[in-house]
Design a protein around this ligand. Sequence first.
Ligand SMILES: Nc1nc2c(c(=O)[nH]1)N[C@H]1C(S)=C(S)[C@@H](COP(=O)(O)O)O[C@H]1N2
Ligand SMILES: [Mo]
Length: 406
Amino acid sequence: MKRRKFVKNAMLGSMGAIIGTEIVFGSSMPDGYKPLALQDPDPFKMFDKDRDMVVLNDKPWNIEAQAHLLDDKITPNKYMFIRNNGLIPEDIDEKNWTLTIEGESVKQKKTFTLAELKSKFTQHTYQLTLECGGNGRSEFDPPAKGNQWTIGAVSCATWTGVRLRDVLADVGIKDDAVYIGYHAADVHLSRNPSKEPISRGAPMAKVMQEETLLAFKMNGKDIPLAHGYPLRLVAGGWPASVSGKWINGISVRNKVHDGAKMTGTAYRVPCNPVAPGEKVKDEDMCIIESMPVKSLITYPKSGAVLKEGKKLNIRGHAWAGELEVSKMEYSIDFGSTWKSCTLNKPANRLAWQHFSASIAFPKKGYYEVWARATDEQGIAQPMLLPGWNPKGYLNNACHRIAIKVS
Ligand SMILES: Nc1nc2c(c(=O)[nH]1)N[C@H]1C(S)=C(S)[C@@H](COP(=O)(O)O)O[C@H]1N2
Ligand SMILES: [Mo]
């Protein structure tokens, strides 16, 4: 009886949080009743998103930004894309939240409360770029199934948490550990409790990096519910699917983790290039690791009009997975010639870098500004499309904006 009342109070609390105020007579609500305010949800209100964000799917929720919304150096929640594979957990009780570390390669299983994680380990803060592996999918031809992301499934927020490697050292890891997998509280679309919507992970080399965090804060506040409250894994520079939200478990594996969306063709690309539309066998698909070099012009918005004789000041961000971006250029003649942009160093490793340029146009007319980043290994973004792949991942084509000079 006590436990039921407790669960009900926690539910009322989280429903109230979504509605934005207390449900005054909530204790009188019939069990399992969903208040009207939650029955036909307005996603912008519910997730505290800007109304110019674009909803791609509501079951599960998938929402993307537009280039000009990503102009901030550090992405605020209202412009951060949401990518869910299942249903957002509803009755989160932060005080009783635990993280259990287990698997073949732990010396012994150990469970931490959130409070223990926060007090026992040193906290660190980094700006980390998170881009969905499927960002840019909408441009591939033949098309790939899945959310038709354009360019808005990328963010760079400030994340605060403890290092996963510090927590694993405290647990004790065996020498044969090769991979970790995360487990989370979100619910499979079928509502079958024995199915996980997603359970991905990373090899130990990524896990052991100082920037790989178990985070409990985003931009200095509790992580918003849609982004993984109260605890999320953050592994910047890799497909954001590695950064598990709402995590309550980690398996330390003696083999490559084989959880949901780790196997088959999920988050994999052909190990060797293939022709568009070609069938690829599962065993010829390789797991995506570091994301490729990419950039976005975030100001001005495509379609801007400029007075003749005026210079256009553009700005944006560039990132390159595990690598640094070493060169940023723009073209106003469809890629025939390129001029350099001013490019800043990242705030820390795995954070996106800011660029700007001041552009002169020779006469009135229609132009496109194309932006191209090159990583520290000399690899540049493709001007139009990169190699086709069956699931439509890793489209890092140059971003382009239209400009009229009148
Ligand atoms: N538990 C859980 N973690 C998850 C997901 C999910 O569906 N469930 N989606 C992943 C994918 S595919 C991406 S791209 C990022 C998106 O993070 P965001 O919604 O905070 O932007 O979360 C990842 N972590
Ligand atoms: Mo993703």
